[in-house]
Write a protein that binds this ligand. Structure first.
Ligand code: ADP
Ligand code: ADP
Ligand code: MG
Length: 457
């Protein structure tokens, strides 16, 4: 087993990884930018190394600085978390060259799955259903128009390197295509340094259903069930739950098998997530695979009792999976709400600042993953995720009630957050019935915000 792991991340996920390392009696090295000198992950790690100034490109994305820190502190592995360098194939390759274990899949796997157009092709060849669209990337506007015409509007123009809901445009009619194609391309170049695009049919009112998979270096692959992440704003998740109200046992079985097949054909190792959209008729389509730990992984941990970070570390150390598919149990119901430092009334504009007062919930079945403490600063340079509130209960209704009361206990002063909006979602009749799809939040946002205003009067 590893002796010392460098955590190439910050915020709640760095804290989350440190916690498992401590339980496994593995030392941790935190890295931090000058903006994070007082951050919680720095305080909790065995030791910490400053790797550069606030700008992510100079610190958390600074490959040489991170590798140097790992080698100089005598680490034997690097955990990349999510975001930042977690899906950077070069980091995985360079780790191997430096004699470090990268806690994730190999560089070649990251490269294949990181190109979403290439991943689609690989899936299709292996009988994993993909959304109708282009065969690989489109090379020109004309080619995009031909594909869109063939599959029928509306379509999505998507960046091959896309992530975090960026580099994607919905196109409803041919005359819109030139402008939106150019806009998607510009955003893709700006965000990912790669303007390659592909085209998918837009599935109307789908659910976003993803499967958690674990694959070891001995060829064992299991899935740990689904997460329904259909409550989204700007194609980014806000509330997640498991199990999904949209699946029956047969569909769960079929999608789980497809997810396992996806991991197998990619020769995947480590924890990963296979994302699908599910339409109203029960047809499901692969959209992408995330080759890292996911923000919403605690939902799966709550219902399976599996520590996914621990499994990632064990797999990277060459150990076999701690379970077979038939040993995976899904107990009860779990929900997660993302508390972002954003103003839902102002287009979810991030508004970070100093946490002047903080009270977080607790009690039975409640887990909070956060790096916040009273007085801490949320630097404007990074992700706006402030805390994740996760609950577990026997039934869905109990989980909803538990989440409502947990959110009622949340007090964060200093900046606006999504906590109240999440609380209101938990009272919406369609949410309570489990009848929602990815258009839920956009459709109901105005009414929910109005509700909130009325509550304050
Ligand atoms: P998840 O399903 O885990 O939420 P996301 O795709 O939304 O997955 O991304 C998780 C985190 O990583 C988010 O904080 C997002 O802002 C960040 N992220 C996603 N893709 C990239 C990328 N290519 N570069 C930098 N950050 C990214
Ligand atoms: P990212 O890499 O940014 O996470 P995804 O390809 O996973 O991008 O898509 C993000 C979200 O956009 C999905 O969760 C889903 O809500 C929506 N989406 C993506 N592809 C489609 C599609 N073909 N039809 C309908 N919705 C889609
Ligand atoms: Mg996605």
């Amino acid at each position: 087993m590893f002796h010392r792991i460098l955590i190439a991340n910050r915020g709640e996920i760095a804290v989350r990884i440190i916690r498992t390392c401590r339980e496994m009696e593995i030392e941790t090295v935190a890295v931090y930018s000058t903006a994070d000198a007082e951050a919680l992950h720095v305080k909790l790690a065995t030791r910490a190394v400053c790797i550069g100034p606030a700008r992510a490109a100079d610190s958390y994305l600074n490959l040489p600085a991170i590798l140097t820190a790992a080698v100089e502190t005598g680490c034997d592995a690097i955990h990349p978390g999510y975001g930042f360098l977690s899906e950077n194939a070069e980091l995985a390759d360079l780790c191997a060259e430096c004699g470090l274990k990268f806690i994730g899949p190999g560089g070649d796997v990251i490269r294949t799955m990181g190109n979403k157009a290439a991943a689609r092709m690989l899936m299709r060849e292996n009988r994993v259903p993909v959304v109708p669209g282009s065969d690989g990337p489109v090379r020109s506007l004309e080619q995009a128009a031909a594909v869109a015409g063939a599959v029928g509007y509306p379509v999505l123009v998507k960046a091959s390197s896309g992530g975090g809901g960026r580099g994607m445009r919905r196109v409803d009619a041919p005359e819109e295509l030139p402008g939106l194609y150019a806009a998607a391309q510009a955003e893709a170049v700006a965000c990912f340094g790669d303007g390659e695009l592909y085209v998918e049919k837009l599935i109307l009112h789908p659910r976003h259903i993803e499967f958690q998979v674990l694959a070891d270096s001995h060829g064992n692959v299991v899935h740990l069930g689904e997460r329904d992440c259909s409550i989204q704003r700007k194609n980014q998740k806000l509330v997640e739950e498991s199990p999904s109200r949209g699946l029956d046992a047969d569909l769960r079985q079929a999608m789980g098998a497809a997810a396992v097949r996806a991991a197998q054909c990619a020769r995947y190792q480590s924890a990963g997530t296979v994302e699908f959209v599910l339409d109203g008729s029960g047809a499901f389509y692969f959209i992408e695979m995330n080759t890292r730990i996911q923000v919403e992984h605690p939902v799966t941990e709550m219902i399976t009792g599996v520590d996914l970070v621990r499994e990632q570390i064990r797999i990277a150390a060459g150990l076999p999976l701690g379970m077979t598919q038939s040993e995976v149990r899904q107990n009860g119901h779990a929900l997660e709400c993302r508390i972002n430092a954003e103003d839902p009334g102002a287009g979810f504009r991030p508004g970070p600042g100093t946490t002047r007062f903080l009270h977080l919930p607790g009690g039975p079945g409640v887990r909070v993953d956060t790096a916040l403490y009273c007085g801490c600063v949320m630097p404007p340079q990074y992700d706006s995720l402030a805390a994740k509130v996760v609950v577990h209960a026997h039934t869905r209704l109990e989980a909803i009630r538990r989440m409502r009361r947990a959110l009622e206990e949340v007090v964060i002063e200093g900046y606006p957050t999504t906590a109240d909006l999440c609380h209101l979602i938990l009272y919406h009749p369609d949410f309570v019935k489990g009848k929602y799809d990815t258009s839920f939040l956009e459709r109901h946002l105005e009414a929910l915000l109005q509700w909130e205003g009325e509550g304050e009067r």
